[in-house]
Every structure is written in structure tokens, then in C-alpha cells.
Design a protein around this ligand. Structure first.
Ligand SMILES: Cc1ncc(COP(=O)(O)O)c(C=O)c1O
Length: 373
């Protein structure tokens, strides 16, 4: 098990916890759905809206929106280990995934390889490729993906971190980058565990702003390698995607990943996201990751001690464990201020453990589970 963080980091993380108002009453373990919003993020969004209300929204507002968007692009790119030019701003993980799967324009005779632990955010795009374009979709176990690429496989699409088990995508996938296009669903990755798209060897990585980065709903990111950027079609085009929109019907798309940007991102949402990232940066990402994974490991130990079986997982922040009646148990825990989720159609509860949690939160969860037995 990881050793506890040094004293200076630990005191920094105690201060970090103070940023999240929901922790005043809840043991919050639901970041896999939506992270806890820091007060600084809420205030940044409120300030932004207040300013818009008072000053109006003219060309200066538009420029300001643009500058905020670029700041967020830079911050997200830093988190994925790519350049801002390789990063598109999206509304969510699912949108980034759909842009890549749809943009590859696969058809009959082509195969997409995926795993049996995928989220509807990925499965929806694969279903569309199958039903609308005649693509074959083949499903294998997450661990078997590296050995399952076949001659027809054009795209390998899977989770970086499984939303079901918390398992990591096999590291051997990085060796396949020359053979097949690799798309990682990073909804449970970015912010939860360190991400380096080069080391992962993926061509595209789609992530969420509202989960482990504790930003608002409606913002996400998509890394696309320069080589894949050239191969993807861009069926959805608007103002944000053009180098200059002055060319009318002949306007030229951005050469870089901005060609995939979503439309209509509000300045208040971006300010909120940047406010949340500032809180993490102050605490230090290394300390945040180390604390969250160490607490998740500790939770596994305590759950096992009290007779729950924990689904085999990786060095991540998700802990899924057995429950005879997950829906009822989730609701009962929520009544006592312990917030987590049950997994649909599986006898499992899932705790999302963040650096904002502490040992007392784990104790509340274990106590709540034992009281109900
Ligand atoms: C693995 C995974 N992929 C995709 C999604 C969908 O994320 P988003 O709402 O950002 O599209 C989720 C959401 O829980 C998820 O866990």
C-alpha cells in the first residue's frame, strides 16, 4: 500500500478539503458521476455572470469568452500531457467520443474492438456506427484487448479507467498504436489518475470536466493527435471551428484540434471550471492523486474486513463492492449523508474516492454499511 503523504502535503490536503461546501455535511463519494464543486468555482461563475449582467455583452464579452476558452484549453492540455493545439473543448466525454467514432467514417467490412465494461457514453457511439454505417462491433474482456486486434479492426475504443470495476486499460495497448487507431474514454481517468496521452499511446482521449475535475456540467475535453486530426472528417462546423469565419462557405477549418470544438460554451461555465482547477493546482496534482488512490486502497481493506467483496481493480479511485440490494442500500446511506452510487443491473455499489475525502468519510461509509446488515 502507498505510504501516507508527508506532513506538509497532508496539511495542504486538510486545507484542500475546506474548499468543498458539500463536505460540511456529506461523505461525498460520487465524483465518478459528478465531482463536488469547490466554493471558489461557484464564486467564479457567479462573478462572471454578475459582470455580464452589469456591463452587458458586447464585442468585449465575446473576446473575453474566447480568452477564457483558451485558458481552459491550456489547462486541460496540461492535464493530458498534450499541447493546446491538440485539444478540443467539448461539452462532455460522450461528445468527444462521438466526434472520433463518427469522424472516422468507418463502414461495412470495418471493425471496432471494444470491451465488456464500457459506459453508454461510448457504447452509444459504437451503436450508431453499427446501425447507421454497417460497422462490425466486437466485444472482449478489457484485459484481452491487446491480443484481440484482428485484420479488420480499424478502431480500438475502451475506457482508460473502467466505470464498473476501476480497472485500468491494459498498458500493452500502447504497443498497438502503429497498428490500429486507439480511442480512450477518460471519463474516470483525467483528474482521478495521472494521464499522459503519449505514454498511453492513444490517438484520441475524451474526458469530462464535471467529474474528477470538479467543474460544472457541460464541459469536457478531447485530445486528438495531429495525425488523427488529419484523418477525421468534421461534419459539424461553426464559428468556433474556423481559422477565420470571414470566408463564408469557403471558410477554412482550424488546422489543429480546435476544428472539433463544441459550440456555445458559456464564460460562466469556463470560469467555474478554471476556478475548480485552481483549487487542485494549489494543493498539487501529485499530492491529490497520491492521497486519493491511497484512501481508495484503504477503503478496499476496510470493506474486505467487513465481509464485502471488492471487484478487482487498478491503482485508481473507484471502488466497486458487493451489495445484496444496491438501490436500497444506496438510498439508506444517502439518508445518513454518505453519497455514492449503485451500478445499474449489477449487485454493486461504487464509491468514488477523492483527495477531498478523509478517514472519517471512510468510517461513515463502513459504519453505515454495518448498521444496515
Ligand atoms: C466511463 C464513462 N464514460 C463516459 C461517461 C459519460 O460521461 P459524460 O457525461 O462526460 O459524457 C461516463 C459517465 O459516468 C463514464 O463513467
Amino acid at each position: 500500500m502507498d505510504s501516507p503523504p508527508p506532513a506538509s502535503a497532508a496539511s495542504g490536503l486538510a486545507a484542500f478539503r475546506q474548499h468543498f461546501p458539500v463536505l460540511e455535511w456529506a461523505a461525498y463519494m460520487n465524483a465518478g458521476t459528478d465531482g463536488p464543486l469547490p466554493a471558489a468555482a461557484v464564486q467564479a461563475a457567479a462573478r462572471e455572470l454578475d459582470n455580464q449582467g452589469r456591463t452587458g455583452r458586447t464585442a468585449a464579452h465575446f473576446e473575453h469568452r474566447h480568452e477564457l476558452g483558451d485558458a481552459l484549453r491550456g489547462a486541460y492540455a496540461g492535464l493530458l500531457g498534450c499541447t493546446p493545439a491538440e485539444l478540443a473543448l467539448t461539452t462532455c466525454t460522450s461528445e468527444g467520443i462521438a466526434l472520433v467514432v463518427g469522424g472516422m467514417q468507418l463502414g461495412p467490412g470495418d471493425e471496432i474492438l471494444t470491451s465488456d465494461e464500457e459506459h453508454p457514453g461510448l457504447l452509444g457511439a459504437l451503436q450508431a456506427a453499427r446501425d447507421l454505417s454497417g460497422v462490425q462491433v466486437r466485444t472482449v474482456a478489457l484485459a484481452d484487448l491487446p491480443d484481440s486486434v484482428g485484420p479488420a479492426t480499424k478502431l480500438l475504443a475502451c475506457s482508460h479507467v473502467s466505470w464498473v470495476s476501476g480497472a485500468l486499460a491494459p498498458s500493452a495497448l500502447s504497443e498497438l498504436a502503429g497498428e490500429v487507431t486507439i480511442l480512450l474514454d477518460g471519463a474516470q481517468g483525467v483528474g482521478a489518475v495521472p494521464v499522459d496521452v503519449s505514454a498511453l499511446g492513444c490517438h484520441a482521449y475524451a474526458g469530462a470536466g464535471q467529474k474528477w475535475l470538479c467543474g460544472p456540467d457541460g464541459l469536457g475535453m478531447l485530445y486528438v493527435s495531429p495525425e488523427l486530426t488529419e484523418r477525421l472528417v468534421v461534419p459539424r462546423r461553426g464559428y468556433a471551428n474556423f481559422e477565420s469565419a470571414d470566408g463564408g462557405l469557403d471558410a477554412v477549418l482550424h488546422a489543429d484540434a480546435r476544428r472539433f470544438d463544441c459550440f456555445g460554451v458559456g464564460a460562466e461555465a469556463v470560469a467555474c471550471a478554471l476556478g475548480a482547477l485552481g483549487v487542485f493546482e494549489q494543493a498539487g496534482w501529485e499530492a491529490v492523486h497520491a492521497r486519493a488512490t491511497a484512501l481508495a486502497d484503504e477503503l478496499v481493506r476496510q470493506l474486505t474486513d467487513c465481509g464485502r467483496s471488492v471487484v478487482p481493480r487498478g491503482q485508481t479511485t473507484l471502488v466497486s463492492f458487493s451489495s445484496d440490494d444496491p438501490e436500497a442500500e444506496r438510498a439508506r446511506l444517502a439518508d445518513s449523508g454518505v453519497l455514492l452510487r449503485d451500478l445499474p443491473d449489477r449487485p454493486l455499489l461504487r464509491a468514488s474516492v477523492g483527495a477531498w475525502n478523509n478517514e472519517a468519510d471512510l468510517a461513515r461509509l463502513i459504519d453505515g454499511l454495518q448498521r444496515g446488515q
